[in-house]
Design a protein around this ligand. Structure first.
Ligand code: IMP
Length: 170
């Protein structure tokens, strides 16, 4: 099994600093409710909020999707946020947008709760696979249609702890 480095730790770090600055500027010191999507976003969101200067209220949301089946193309919420986001600024943070199903469904779900604003952030985006187009406000890196691991992303529950994004070559 070989893992090829695709995006280095240094590149990730400096991109996250830029994204944090962009978010801070957009909210001008107002509180931001940052909602991280489990499981994959846990490392990205931890690094992102530590670079932000805006006051942050943080929670995780858990979602699982059933892809490539006859299913409804819907997601199941496995863990909901506890905070009431009505009238709040929300930034929803994903690890990777692949088909876009997860982030677009979560966006709809959270919008129904009447936040003041909702913005979408993702570390990675694979535009080749997008079936549910969403407008991403804060994007780390656009990537090719490859299966990536590390920095929170897993292959069968493993490799999330790698400090860089790698390509898994079996
Ligand atoms: P979507 O709903 O199709 O956009 O899928 C998003 C989810 O699929 C992500 O949160 C990841 O958990 C998973 N995923 C998609 N592509 C990859 C990948 O290349 N590596 C690891 N997980 C991935």
């Amino acid at each position: 099994m070989a893992i090829e480095t695709y995006i280095s730790q240094e590149k990730i770090e400096s991109r996250i600093k830029e994204l944090a600055r962009q978010i801070d500027q957009d909210f001008g010191g107002e509180e931001v409710v940052v909602v991280g999507v489990l499981n994959g976003a846990f490392i990205f969101v931890a690094d992102l909020i530590r670079q932000m200067k805006s006051p942050v209220y943080f929670d995780f949301i858990g979602a699982s999707s059933y892809k490539g089946t006859e299913s409804t193309g819907k997601i199941t919420i496995t863990k909901d946020i506890k905070v009431d986001i009505k009238g709040k600024n929300v930034v929803l943070v994903e690890d990777i947008v692949d088909t876009g199903l997860t982030i677009s469904e979560l966006n709809v779900l959270l919008k129904e709760r009447e936040p003041k604003s909702i913005k979408l952030a993702t570390l990675l985006h694979k535009p080749a696979k997008t079936a549910h187009p969403v407008s991403i406000d804060y994007l780390g890196f656009e990537i090719e249609d490859k299966f990536v691991i590390g920095y929170g992303l897993d292959f069968d529950g493993r490799y999330r702890e790698l400090p860089y994004i790698g390509i898994y070559n079996g």
